[in-house]
Ligand binder design. Structure first.
Ligand code: ZN
Length: 334
């Protein structure tokens, strides 16, 4: 991770705003209300001032809908009182750290209260969420599918007749007490990961139908969940983990297991405690970094800018992130 801590956008509010504007609006500012590019920067325009008061920094006027907005409007940063330079720093840190960055650490590094930092991290995670993921794979491409289990459930699942009984990889405890995660990875491509309350053939099929192109070759382990689903793919090849077979020619699930490995190391080493209601957000965060990794030609700064670009239309209320309705504390801008 290479971050130049002396860069001005980390210390100066105007530079931070410029950085956020350039990242959120790479093709120029557009109206947060109606989408029009026919907008006017109000700052520094005395003839447009109301009652001689200067406009607040970063204010734009839309000539089409006559609305006003700033780079924060309609984004995950809306109504935030955290200094913009701290937002820029937090976005850079979270998008650059392979295993994530905890709210505790951000709180210490940016001198914010833990509560403020916690909300901020969840909002950045929301920016990382891909709102319209495209199906993976295609003709001649390989898509690997696998399940993993992470963390203890708050409530065990009552076993139904259709529930799948499968021990975890290490055979320690059954999935009834663990939170299941399912992921699809395109070889040398992107990942789609989801937390399922229960892994059933039906749930799995829905997820795979939505996220994989059927012209792909499907690679899985020998789990009895996949043969039926595999029939709709160009081909379905399996490795037999029980027989200690992990790869046969180019058939393997090592890539998807690599994703689970990074996710679990991050969750254990960095995040430690994660309520089940938030698990999907962490999966989205790890998927974002995987999908924008340097092997895909995306370097640290660009990854941060992609997250900013994807902030629009994702205003996140406290209620939606599962916290109590409350206001940010510990930081205020002028
Ligand atoms: Zn407008």
């Amino acid at each position: 991770m290479a971050i130049d801590l002396t860069a001005q956008e980390f210390h100066n509010e105007d530079k931070a705003r410029e950085w956020l504007e350039a990242s959120r609006w790479p093709s120029g500012p557009y109206c947060s209300h109606c989408g029009s590019f026919n907008v006017l920067r109000m700052e520094g325009m005395p003839e447009r001032q109301v009652k001689g008061k200067p406009h607040r920094p970063g204010l734009f006027h839309c000539r089409d809908c006559r609305g006003q907005f700033t780079v924060l409007t309609g984004s995950v940063m809306e109504r935030s009182h955290i200094p913009l330079a701290k937002w820029v720093m937090a976005i850079r840190l979270m998008t650059a750290s392979k295993k994530g960055m905890s709210a505790h650490q951000i709180s210490r590094m940016l001198d914010l209260s833990y509560k403020t930092s916690w909300f901020m991290c969840h909002r950045i995670r929301e920016a990382m969420r891909d709102p319209a993921p495209k199906p993976l794979g295609g003709e001649g491409r390989i898509v690997e599918a696998d399940e993993a289990y992470h963390g203890k459930r708050q409530k065990p699942v009552e076993r139904s007749r259709n529930a799948v009984r499968k021990p975890t990889k290490k055979g320690r405890s059954g999935p009834a007490m663990k939170r299941p995660i399912v992921a699809l990875v395109e070889r040398a491509g992107e990942v789609r990961a989801t937390h399922m309350h229960q892994v059933t053939g039906k749930n799995l099929r829905e997820f795979i139908d939505r996220n994989a192109d059927k012209r792909s070759r499907l690679n899985t382990d020998e789990s009895n969940l996949y043969p039926e689903i595999g029939k709709s793919f160009a081909s379905h090849e399996t490795v037999h983990h029980a027989a200690k077979e992990y790869a046969r020619d180019d058939v393997t699930t090592n890539t998807v297991e690599g994703f689970f490995g990074i996710f679990k190391r991050g969750m254990i080493g960095v995040y430690q405690h994660c309520g089940e209601q938030h698990l999907q957000r962490y999966l989205d965060e790890f998927a974002f970094r995987w999908n924008n990794r340097s092997k895909m030609g995306v370097e640290d700064i660009q990854r941060a800018k992609i997250a900013c670009h994807s902030m629009s239309g994702k205003r996140l209320t406290y209620r939606r992130i599962g916290g109590e309705e409350t206001s940010e504390s510990g930081a205020a801008t002028g």
